[in-house]
Ligand binder design. Structure first.
Ligand SMILES: Nc1nc2c(c(=O)[nH]1)N[C@H]1C(S)=C(S)[C@@H](COP(=O)(O)O)O[C@H]1N2
Ligand SMILES: [Mo]
Length: 221
């Protein structure tokens, strides 16, 4: 992802919130269980996210809507047709051979097919996506909780963030691909899911097939 995009999405929430984040950090010892919560909040780099949490408590749920609230159209934004040849081959094959790789600071690296992900306990949520570019849409998402995937992979004691690496290239000069990161508070949030269905249909390519992170407490994620 581009630095500019990062600034737009994260930067504007931070400004003017230094006082609020200091106040919240002072109260962080109360969040001592589980241990990774303190580890995350101990870091000064976490000020941005802690600032957001000063406004939105860390475990509170984002509002969920009903079927009647579903937006008639959900704008496809960003990369709507990734050009990567390997991605295109997977898409042409209905992602039957595609696998989600979970690696890094985990004790049990995993490769999970879509069928395996669909066999895990599912969560469905109807939520509003708010893009910082100034549009919103309500969609219905079904997928597996990220916590279940992380627990299956057994995150190691040094792990503090989850980085999601995507198929689409964001910077043609460097070839850098789109990525996003979450701290473990957001990763384990009840509504943080890896969605394979959107509005009861398999996720379309324009909306991030085969699997899309929904992090409902974050703008545009
Ligand atoms: N891999 C990838 N994920 C992405 C993007 C992207 O370009 N590539 N765009 C982001 C932005 S800015 C938004 S608003 C939403 C758009 O999701 P949609 O295409 O389903 O509307 O996806 C986010 N995730
Ligand atoms: Mo966005």
């Amino acid at each position: 992802m581009s630095g500019e995009r990062e600034m737009h999405r994260r930067g504007f929430l931070t400004r003017g919130l230094a006082a609020a984040s200091t106040a919240l950090l002072a109260g962080c010892d109360e969040l001592s269980d589980p241990p990774w919560v303190k580890r995350v909040l101990d870091s000064a780099e976490e000020l941005t996210r802690v600032s957001q949490r000063a406004l939105l408590s860390p475990t509170a749920l984002a509002r969920e809507y009903t079927e009647a609230d579903l937006s008639p159209a959900f704008k496809a934004n960003g990369s709507t047709d990734p050009g990567d040849p390997a991605y295109k081959a997977h898409a042409a094959n209905g992602f039957a051979d595609w696998k989600l790789g979970i690696r890094g600071l985990v004790e049990q690296p995993l490769e999970l097919s879509l069928a395996e992900l669909r066999a895990m306990p599912a969560r469905t949520q109807i939520t509003r996506h708010d893009c910082v570019e100034g549009w919103s849409a309500i969609g219905k998402w079904t997928g597996v909780r990220m916590s279940a995937v992380l627990d299956a992979a057994v995150i190691g004691p040094g792990a503090r963030y989850v980085v999601l690496r995507c198929a689409d290239v964001m910077d043609d000069t460097t070839g850098e691909r789109y990525y996003e990161s979450l701290d473990l508070v957001d990763a384990y949030h009840e509504q943080t899911i890896l969605a394979y269905d959107m509005n009861d249909q398999a996720l379309p390519v324009a909306h991030g097939a085969p699997l899309r992170l929904r992090a409902e407490r974050q703008l545009g994620y």
